[in-house]
Design a binder for this molecule. Structure first.
Ligand SMILES: [Zn+2]
Ligand SMILES: [Zn+2]
Length: 147
């Protein structure tokens, strides 16, 4: 984890950003959790360390612009997750309509197929794909079992 944090710090510095106390904490948070967090959730996790909500928003902006984190929108809610140096690269999201949990489908097979789709789209339509985000919705296994 320290290595990932150090790499991200290096990248931000190279792009001309200072590593402030709050920025550092937020980088660690995203590296540590590998979860999908709303800004309010980031704030909840970071407020004990003296970070305000506006600061959270400002830093999310910087981290998003520099490609450190990625934004996904589900039902008009915005979530953020680690993008670079993440264990999981391209993945499919599943959001449960009942409990609201977000799950990642993340394996070699899915990755390979998503790359194939991307290549196919670029070849067929001539567009250049920079980012892919897929969200599936339904009832998760746990909610399904408990009826
Ligand atoms: Zn569920
Ligand atoms: Zn995800």
């Amino acid at each position: 984890m320290e290595k990932k944090v150090a790499e991200i710090v290096k990248l931000l510095k190279a792009k001309g950003y200072n590593i402030t106390h709050s920025r550092n904490i937020m980088i660690r948070l995203f590296v540590e959790t590998e979860k999908h967090l709303k800004p309010e959730e980031v704030y909840d996790l970071a407020k004990d360390q003296g970070i305000s909500l506006p600061t959270v928003y400002r830093n999310i902006d910087v981290l998003k612009k520099t490609g450190v984190i990625k934004e996904i929108t589900i039902n008009n809610d915005r979530f953020y997750e680690l993008h670079i140096y993440s264990q999981k690269k391209l993945h499919i999201h599943f959001r449960c309509n009942r409990c609201g949990n977000i799950r990642d489908y993340n394996n070699r097979n899915i990755f390979k197929k998503m790359i194939q789709q991307k290549d196919y789209i670029e070849e067929t339509f001539g567009d250049h794909v920079e980012d892919i985000s897929i969200v599936m919705r339904g009832i998760c296994r746990d909610c399904h079992e408990t009826g």
